[in-house]
Ligand binder design. Structure first.
Ligand code: ADP
Ligand code: ZN
Length: 217
């Protein structure tokens, strides 16, 4: 059992790897991005408040995301937690350290997924997902076999994220470099950082993460 953070710019593949760790190691993915999108589609007051901020690609307040994480941490996870898209600021990183103390858990590893900016832009601006089963596709690199129809479940409800456009992506990258990338130094100094090449094949990335996990235990 291990608790880990997946750290990296938008489009680095954090979500893909988190899903894999969930099925292979019974870990639980805590994606603040997913939680915020759920709040938005459930029509809650908080979801309403963050929708415009997210669509522009800016970060929502530390208070909101820390609250979301706090709620879920107390539920526990047999195989450990995968923090995906959290923490994104130094204040969030400090808050996470306190929360982990409170629930008697520790952070075992922080995995930085390195991907260059040009690749991120290509990955993100062509991305769409199945609204029914969550399968992820790409206009150029992974189109559906039949246009508009999910290969996995046959649904026709394809979706594009409101912030997967060129303008919002520029803002997301800027937010990442200004506010999140300092966490790389922060966790390096704490002695728990491992960096992996996020542009390698999905299986190779998964293997690097697995070995970082096993050596952390
Ligand atoms: P990405 O693909 O850009 O990594 P996510 O799905 O993790 O995106 O997050 C989407 C958006 O949700 C972010 O651009 C931001 O507006 C908001 N968000 C998610 N996690 C956080 C966080 N930890 N702190 C602040 N804002 C967040
Ligand atoms: Zn589907």
């Amino acid at each position: 059992m291990a608790n880990i953070i997946l750290l990296g710019p938008p489009g680095a593949g954090k979500g893909t790897q988190a899903k894999r760790l969930e099925s292979e190691r019974r870990m639980v993915q805590l994606s603040t991005g997913d939680m915020l999108r759920e709040a938005k589609s459930s029509g809650s007051e908080m979801g309403h408040k963050v929708a415009a901020v997210m669509a522009r690609g800016e970060l929502v307040t530390d208070e909101i995301v820390i609250g979301l994480i706090r709620e879920r941490l107390t539920e526990g996870a047999e195989g450990g937690f995968i923090f995906d898209g959290f923490p994104r600021t130094l204040a969030q990183a400090d808050a996470l350290a306190d929360l982990m103390d409170e629930v008697g858990q520790r952070l075992d590893a922080v995995i930085e997924m390195q991907v260059d900016d040009a690749a991120l832009v290509v990955r993100i601006t062509g991305r769409f997902t199945c609204g029914n089963c969550g399968a992820v596709y790409h206009d150029e690199t992974k189109p559906t076999l039949t246009p508009g129809v999910c290969d996995v479940c046959g649904s026709g409800q394809m979706q594009r994220r409101a912030d997967d456009n060129a303008d919002a992506l520029r803002t997301r990258l800027m937010e990442y470099y200004k506010k999140t990338s300092p966490l790389i130094g922060y966790y390096y100094a704490k002695g728990c950082l491992t960096s992996v090449d996020g542009l390698a094949e999905m299986d190779v990335v998964a293997a690097s993460i697995a070995s970082a996990l096993d050596s952390a235990n």
